[in-house]
Structures are given as C-alpha cells and as structure tokens.
Design a protein around this ligand. Sequence first.
Ligand code: UD1
Length: 420
Amino acid sequence: MEIIRVTGKNKLEGEVQLQGSKNSALPILAAAVSVNGISVIHNCPSLTDVDAAIKILEHIGCHVSRQNSTVVIDSTDVDRCDIPQHLMHEMRSSIVFLGPLLSRFGSACVSTPGGCEIGLRPIDLHLSSMRKMGAVITEDSGVLNCSCNGRLQGSKIVLSFPSVGATENIMIAAATAKGTTVLINAAREPEIRDLAVYLNNCGAKIKGAGEGTVVIEGVKQLHSVEHSVIPDRIIASTFMAAAAVTGGKVLIKGVVPSHITPVISTFEEAGCRVDTGASRLYICAPKKLNRVKTIRTMPYPGFPTDSQAIVMSMLCLAKGTSVIVENIFENRYRHVHELRKLGAKIDVEGKIAIVEGVDTFKAAHVCAPDLRGGAALVVAGLAADGLTEIENIKLIDRGCQDIEKLLRSLGADIVRVNAV
Ligand code: UD1
C-alpha cells in the first residue's frame, strides 16, 4: 500500500506547471466515441481516472495510444456498445459514455456508475434527457439497457439543476442527433466550453456552450480532430492553498485566472497577494492568514465545490472563524473528521461547516476520504508540526498528477512510500 509522508513547515517557493484538467479530459475522451476517425488529445493528465476512461474506450473497440500527455484515439472500428460493471464502477463520469454510445450505435448497455463517496449522486437528469431525445431505457438490477429508433432526436431539454455531467452527455448525444436540441439551464463550467470547442472542431454545431442556454444543431457525422485540454483550475487552487498554509510564494504557470475568480477572491480575503497575468498566477502568502466571510459552493461561476475541502484546510489556520456552506453535494465534509485528527476545530451542521482557526496543525496519521478531501490532507500536512502520514492515496491519484513530486520541487518535504 502506498502512502504519502509529509513533514510540515517548509515554506513553498518556486514555480509549477499546471496539469490538464481531469474534468475536461474525461468527457472529451468519452466524446471521441462519437467521432468517426481519430482524436488527438493533448495536455491530457496522467491520472487513474483517465486510465479508467481509456480502458472503457479500448473495451468498446477504440485503438488508443498514449505518449506523455498526448492521447490518440482511433474510434473508426468501435464495435461494442456495452460497458461492463467493473469499468463503470471505477468512476462516476463513466456515465458520460451513455450519450456517445447511444448516438453512435442507437443502443447502449451500461450500469450505474461509481466514483467518490461524496453524496447520492443520482443520474436521473442524464436518463430523463436521453429519454427526451427518444431513448427507451429500462433498468434491471443496476444495469441500464438503452436504445433508440435509429438516431436520437433533437429536443428541448430543461435541466432542473445545471448538472455538469448531464450537460456534457446531452451535448455529445445531440451533436449527431436528428434535428436541433435546445438545452436550458445548462452547466456553465469552463470544461463545458472546452468540450464544445472539441466537438465543434470535429464538425459539430454547438452554440452558447458556457452559457445557460446551449443550442445544438445535429450533424450526420463527426470527423478527426486535434485538441488541447484546458488547464486544471482545481489543481491551481490546490497549489494556492499549499503556498498559503506554508507562508510561501509560488508562481503557477499555465493557469486561466478567469476560471477561478471566486477562489482568487477568497485567497485575497485571507490576506494573500495574488497577481495574475495571461496563463500565470503568482501567490504570496502573509505571515498569518485571516478568516474569510461565508463561502458558498455554487455551480460555475460560483465557488467550486471541488475546492471546498482544500480551502477549508487553509481556513483551519486562519485568524478567526470562517463559515462554509456546501450546496452541491450532501456528503462532502468527510475530510473534516481527518482534519480534526490534525487538530482542526470544525463544527458541521448539515451543509454548514464552522471553521475556527487554530495556531498550527499537529502531525497525525490520516486517511484520504475522497479525491479532493485527500488533497486537502496533503495541504494540511504541509503546514503541520512533524510527520503526517496519509493513506488511501489512490483516491488522490484519481485527480492529481505527481502531486508529491511537484510539491517537492517547491521545497516541501514529501515522499510517496510503500508501507507494509
Ligand atoms: C462534475 C465534476 C465534479 C464536480 C461536479 C460539480 C467531472 C468529471 N466531475 O461532477 O468534480 O464536483 O461536477 O461541479 O466533471 N445530480 C442529480 N441528478 C443527476 C446529476 C446530478 O441530482 O442526474 C446532482 C448531484 O447529485 C449533485 C449535483 O447535481 O448534487 C451536481 O452534480 P453534477 O454537476 O452532475 O456533477 P458531476 O457531473 O457528477
């Protein structure tokens, strides 16, 4: 079993290059199924979730090759429309293969997906949207059998919540559906826009991606393309927090600052100096961090739920009491129990967490509860007195590429070791 060992209190200094966005890469890899040809995807991060997506692509008959951060998918010969349960269970975003399979084959057989245990995470919006586009879906012991009469049919779809995954599924499915789809209350995350750029470069006709209403005029076929994935805004916030809790100064290269506007404001409110330029962000932390006013996680452009745990680690060390309201997932405070082992003072009531700042973290043995919760523990370990050990780091590897190597390059005393 691999664990991360971090001895805290080293000031982080230096520069770091941001990885490609996991949440952009995954739907783009799924969308490659709809393409009759070759997709060359650059800046694709090396993560276990990406490995899981590639396993699905290979299972259905794509030829996939990978060199450094470039993944090449030849989907000319795809010949299966089923995804076995063990592959679906590796990550939640496997459900985003439903739209592409339906649009390519007119049928799909998938099971309900897996993923981090951060809440119920139903897929009702994905299923009702596919039904609206003409799919007939039956469920039998967790297996979903889906089919449509020939091609999916463009439709007017109103989402009751701007689900990121459902928006992606609909956009991919509608790209080659018959007629026009109008999607209302779509998610507006930068990853949605990135997916639309990829699909449009394949010949799709998508307008308004990144806005509340997206109009997708179906085309008969999508063709080969080359695309570069946008940088990972959540990893950017992870490095910002790492700099902040160690009183450090870090330059993050490759970032799109406008993708993390509310996160930048939060760090500024906590007393950090943040300078941004085209594709770069410099953060300089104060000696002592300040509390911040209430943080409410919201769909984009609000404060991202994926940065909540990471920023909470930082607020644990601020002067005064901060309040966080988690509005997106109902079980996204599992890191609190672990942060308390490090001496954090946090009360949780329902979706509200009250974080009372303490002087320092004390090293402890902790366990990553989920991907971002695990990253939050790494951040906390960087600021703790003594040696912190973090286990269950396979969850961190789902979304963070080379986290310990990059932090070490900034001066952190951190290693990955095999523990017996
Ligand atoms: C994506 C991101 C994830 C991020 C989340 C919210 C990827 C691979 N993952 O996840 O990192 O935390 O957006 O920004 O991009 N919901 C339903 N029914 C549905 C779908 C969603 O009730 O059919 C609910 C979910 O339970 C959750 C909320 O909507 O409470 C947001 O989910 P959604 O936006 O779909 O998140 P994901 O696409 O799973």
